[in-house]
Design a protein. Structure first.
Length: 310
């Protein structure tokens, strides 16, 4: 393979996601769970800029506090760059600068978006031109949500969430995100779900593979937020609220001020409120802000990771 190095920085933007629906199967022997989820990429983005360098490094800026993020080899963006370099035989490294806007440990896949954007940025920077299928395979090695951050749009994820099939969504859906000032550990939320299921046969998912309800697909196809509001579901929600009880009050507050429905996104603690339209979103955003909550109006679906040309 011929490596054609780019002289200037490559800028890639990748979206955060909301889980519109999440069904969690029984814990597997390897400790993971099979899931069935409906993803929607929304207009809250991570911006990754990549420069050729001798070493691998990452630094952070953006609209949120990034002081707690690691910048060593355990960072997912660094892992993504090194994985691509090993795969295509690039001898050098990359310097990454990431502007973060997606909540950290918020259930919206911000780290996964960083990894997806890094794969796309390094592929462009190094001129390796990997086919989409190969980038997707690399993304799946990095984490369950990374392949979706690559593709964006609306999709159904099965397995660990990395086996994707596109879902037709008509029009645009408006969401108001209530962003917490703390994060929740994804493994911790899954452990809490397993603990709650122990000894309660009614909560046990059994051995059948989880599936996304057809009502979700019908609502997306119709572009109908009211239908979608009725179909929103997350098996992890009760576990997340158990670990962070204040989330229950936020859900009630949002629905009191015009939300059609609210849902904990992924493992939380970000809560996504679905609304009828942009005007209602602004009203809800003001109401949540008045309650001293950080509220962000976003829409979806949006594109996955892509190079931006200035």
């Amino acid at each position: 393979m011929t490596i054609a190095w780019a002289d200037e920085a490559v800028h890639v933007r990748a979206p955060g996601k909301i889980n519109l629906f999440m069904r969690v199967g029984a814990v597997q022997p390897d400790g993971y769970h099979d899931v069935a989820t409906a993803y929607q990429a929304v207009s809250l983005y991570e911006d990754v800029r990549a420069w050729s360098d001798d070493e691998f490094s990452v630094s952070f800026g953006g609209s949120i506090d990034t002081s707690g993020l690691v910048t060593d080899g355990s960072n997912l963006a660094i892992k993504a760059a090194k994985l691509l370099a090993r795969t295509v035989g690039v001898p050098g490294g990359v310097r990454l600068e990431i502007d973060k806007n997606v909540p950290i440990a918020g259930g919206m896949g911000g780290g996964s978006a960083d990894a997806a954007a890094t794969l796309v940025a390094c592929d462009a920077l190094w001129g390796t031109g990997l086919p989409k299928e190969e980038l997707h395979a690399l993304a799946a090695k990095l984490g369950a949500d990374v392949p979706f951050a690559l593709t964006g749009g609306t999709a159904i994820g099965t397995g660990r969430g990395d086996r994707l099939s596109p879902a037709l969504a008509t029009g645009s859906f408006h969401w108001v995100l209530a962003v917490a000032e703390f994060g929740l550990s994804t493994p911790g939320v899954y452990r809490e779900l397993d603990r709650r299921r122990e000894g309660f046969p009614d909560l046990n998912p059994g051995s059948a593979a989880p599936a996304v309800d057809t009502g979700v697909l019908q609502a997306l196809r119709a572009g109908d937020p009211r239908l979608l509001a009725e179909a929103l579901h997350n098996d992890l929600q009760a576990a997340a609220i158990g670990l962070a009880p204040g989330l229950g009050g936020i859900l009630e507050l949002g629905e009191l001020h015009g939300a059609l429905a609210g849902i904990v996104s992924g493992s939380g603690p970000t809560i996504a409120f679905l609304v009828d339209d942009a005007d209602t979103a602004i009203e809800l955003q003001v109401a949540l802000s008045a309650a001293r909550l950080t509220a962000v109006h976003v829409h979806g679906p949006v594109h996955g990771a892509r190079v931006l040309h200035s």
